[in-house]
Write a protein that binds this ligand. Structure first.
Ligand code: AMP
Ligand code: GLY
Length: 421
């Protein structure tokens, strides 16, 4: 099988590492990829915002399956154009990707599918916004309707801040605050059937102790030893299956990865958000644990052939990933700094997220530099979370990147609780 993967982040590096473990994979091409991915696949420096450039590439390589990593090309209709050109695609159509692209659309789908979520109002003007804020009270949760690269959601006790954020967007969703731990649970869907992955937890705040601004994700771990045993089955039945059925009933079947961001509240599980693609950095802990061959699985989803598929198989090992971020991330990340000291040890993997090769350094050959906010995601694997953490932190502590920061408490509480049991 010849696979083309679209994207350039840590998620795509982890997916690439999973795809090449599949014995049926013959060739892996990635566009645009990054220097880490280039060590295990063939990278193509095309503009992936240009749908016709992607189609030309897929045609020239006789690709059997296209896997789309990030949300942007999905929302821009890349899947539709590839399917029209005859390629099996793992990634939803533009219409189905609205489940991530519009918070209001996602709320309508959940309402019609009977999926448990926060009560909400969709507001078009200041009057509606103020009424909604006062109905729910603090803490206020205000979400811009469209894609906002993680900057669209504000959770605050300050009514002025909430109002100001709401007025920045012509369409906002204001909803009740959900407390309780957050869990990310993904399903692989062929439009009709959906297979649940194992749960993971993401650390969204920039600094230790869940302090600082929201980020794309500073680390993750899986499995969750503290989570109720029935969480996967329950989410499959109450969230993933009804959502897939509703999307199909609307004539916009969801083929790809349905990401359910859940809050485990005292009143039960509630959906905080849906995404239309693999989460980052959750993928960096889930894919290393997945034993089911990934290329075959995604091809079956893309060709509407998951009916009767056996449940996914998982390694018993725990995985912890820690993100190394640039100075100033997430507010004003500084890129272009050299990265040194990447040495993976047995049971660890270093995924590149925001790196580039600087070819201007002629004497020593190319040198690796940071090129974005999240630079590397270092995954450790082990018999338990403590061992997995220790490996990830051992590798990250050897890496030099001026001004960089990482959280020191990824999976810490869960590993202490696990030891106590
Ligand atoms: P979203 O983009 O919808 O995932 O929101 C980003 C983050 O904001 C979530 O991961 C939560 O930490 C927080 N958040 C979103 N909605 C709520 C809510 N209703 N109650 C509490 N926190 C929320
Ligand atoms: N880890 C959060 C996300 O991928 O949206």
């Amino acid at each position: 099988m010849r696979v083309l993967l679209i994207g350039s982040g840590g998620r795509e590096h982890a997916l690439a590492a999973g795809l090449i473990r599949d014995p049926q994979l013959e060739e892996l091409h990635v566009a645009p990829g990054n220097p880490g991915i280039a060590q295990i696949a063939t990278c193509h420096a095309i503009n992936t915002d240009d749908n016709s450039a992607v189609i030309s590439l897929a045609e020239s390589l006789s690709i059997d399956l296209v896997v789309i990593g990030p949300e942007k090309p999905l929302v821009q209709g890349l899947s539709d154009e590839l399917r029209a050109a005859g390629f099996p695609v793992f990634g939803p159509s533009q219409a189905a990707a609205q489940i991530e692209g519009s918070k209001d659309f996602a709320k309508q789908v959940m309402r019609d599918a009977g999926v448990p979520t926060a009560r909400s109002f969709t507001c078009h003007n200041r009057d509606e916004v103020e009424k909604a804020l006062d109905t729910f009270g603090a803490p206020y949760v205000v979400k811009h309707d469209g894609l906002a690269a993680g900057k669209g959601v504000v959770v605050t006790d300050d009514r002025e801040v909430a109002l100001e954020h709401a007025l920045l967007s012509p369409l906002v969703v204001i909803e009740e605050f959900l407390d309780g731990p957050e869990v990310s649970l993904f399903g692989i869907s062929d439009g009709k059937n959906i297979l649940a992955m194992q749960p993971a937890q993401d650390f969204k705040r920039a600094f230790d102790g869940d302090l600082g601004p929201n980020t794309g994700g500073m680390g993750a771990y899986s499995p969750l030893p503290w989570a109720p045993d029935e969480i996967v089955e329950e989410t499959l039945e109450q969230v993933l299956k009804p959502t897939i059925a509703e999307m199909a009933a609307r004539g916009t079947p969801f083929v790809g990865l349905l990401y359910a961001g859940l809050a485990l509240t005292t009143k039960g599980t509630r959906v905080i958000e849906f995404n239309a693609r693999f989460g980052d950095p959750e993928t960096e802990v889930l894919i290393p644990r997945l034993k089911t061959p990934l290329a075959q699985l995604l091809l079956k989803a893309a060709t509407r052939d998951l009916k009767g598929h056996a449940p996914l198989e998982w390694s018993e090992e725990s995985a912890v990933t820690v993100v190394l971020a640039s100075e100033g991330y997430p507010t004003a990340p500084i890129a272009g700094e050299p990265i040194m000291g990447i040495h993976a040890i047995e049971g660890s993997e270093v995924f590149h997220a925001g790196t580039a090769l600087d070819a201007s350094n002629v004497s020593d050959g190319d040198i690796l530099k940071s090129s974005g906010g999240r630079v590397l995601a270092i995954t450790g694997m082990g018999a338990d979370l403590t061992e997995a953490r220790n490996k990830a932190y051992r590798v990250i502590s050897g890496i030099t990147l001026r001004g960089s920061h990482y959280r020191s408490d990824i999976a810490l509480n869960a590993s202490i609780a696990e030891k106590g049991n």
